[in-house]
Design a protein around this ligand. Structure first.
Ligand code: SAM
Length: 292
């Protein structure tokens, strides 16, 4: 049995033999630490009842661990230069399909129907390309696919924003948008030195599971999203400043804003980061009641 793909020696050998040059623009930082890969698979609780979608297999470091634990693995890789490499490194595994695809353009439901049997839970496990972490997360959260869990490596700063609570510098529209529908937890953090080439940020493994019910019931999702995004546009300025930029500065609008804020007991000189998700939901309703 050859040593794991992710050992530094084997990774270097694979890259050298294939004459592979990293593309920074594709977020290519490969993990070279088998222990961390085993911990990622453990954090995802991947087992024989699971079919797993992996985004960005690289040279197959994580894919190999997933193949050993899961029922089947479908790996989506955007870089065509990696396809022949993966054909070689993953040859010992008959439960892995590699598809050349841009995850943001991929029709995941069709791919799942084509590659999985529908009898197993579907999970996502990936070491994400960091330049598109947020768009990928939104793509996964917004699909109607019922993933049993999403376990992904991302830069530590984004993990902090995903899990942030009110009254912290990391709390913002991303925290609210994701926590509204998902249970989010950081499993563990990883030093930049675990990758080749080393990125200039440290990383964290985050697990996301869809809540049975949204955290707070929101009557008008579009109005809620508009309010949350608009409230954080200038996060150091007051809520009043952001809301008048969002809704208008004329006297009639200001009177409606004043009434809505009073109805939910929020002072106009508060900052958006002081408002909980429930308060944003209540303010959305109060603004609608005030005619905004
Ligand atoms: N899984 C490997 C590992 O852990 O060592 C590689 C992870 S590397 C951080 C990110 C991978 O995502 C690269 O292989 C890159 O080519 C691929 N990638 C970048 N953008 C992508 C996209 N839009 N769709 C699919 N894969 C993408």
């Amino acid at each position: 049995m050859p040593e794991h793909i992710a050992t530094p020696a084997r990774t270097n050998d694979i890259l050298r033999r294939h004459g592979f040059r990293f593309k920074k623009s594709l977020g290519q930082n490969f993990l070279t630490n088998p222990k961390i890969l085993a911990n990622i698979v453990a954090a995802g609780e991947v087992g024989p009842d699971d079919d797993v979608i992996e985004i960005g297999p690289g040279i197959g470091a994580l894919t190999e661990f997933l193949a050993e634990a899961a029922h089947r693995v479908l790996a989506l890789e955007i870089d065509p230069r990696l396809l022949p490499v993966l054909a070689e490194t993953l040859a010992p595994y008959d439960n892995v399909d590699v598809v050349e695809a841009d995850v943001l353009k991929a029709d995941l439901a069709t791919l799942i129907a084509e590659h999985f049997d529908g009898q197993h839970r579907v999970k996502v496990v990936a070491n994400l390309p960091y330049y598109i972490t947020t768009p990928i997360l939104m793509h996964l959260i917004d699909t109607p696919i019922d993933f049993a869990s999403i376990t992904v490596m991302m830069q530590k700063e984004v993990a902090a924003r995903l899990t942030a609570r009110p009254n912290s510098k990391d709390y913002g529209s991303l925290s609210i948008g994701v926590q509204q529908n998902m249970d989010v937890a950081v499993a563990f953090t990883v030093s930049r030195t675990a990758f080749v080439p080393a990125p200039n940020v440290d990383s964290a493994i985050v697990t996301l599971r869809r809540r049975e019910q949204p955290l707070v019931a929101v009557a008008d999702q579009a109005a809620f999203d508009k309010l949350v995004r608009g409230s954080f546009v200038a996060r150091r300025k007051t809520l009043w400043n952001n809301l008048t930029n969002l809704f208008g500065k004329d006297e009639a609008t200001k009177a409606k804003l004043t009434a809505a804020l009073a109805a939910v007991d929020v002072a106009p000189n508060n900052r958006a980061e002081q408002l909980s998700i429930a308060t944003f939901a209540a303010l959305t309703d109060a603004l609608a009641a005030a005619g905004l």
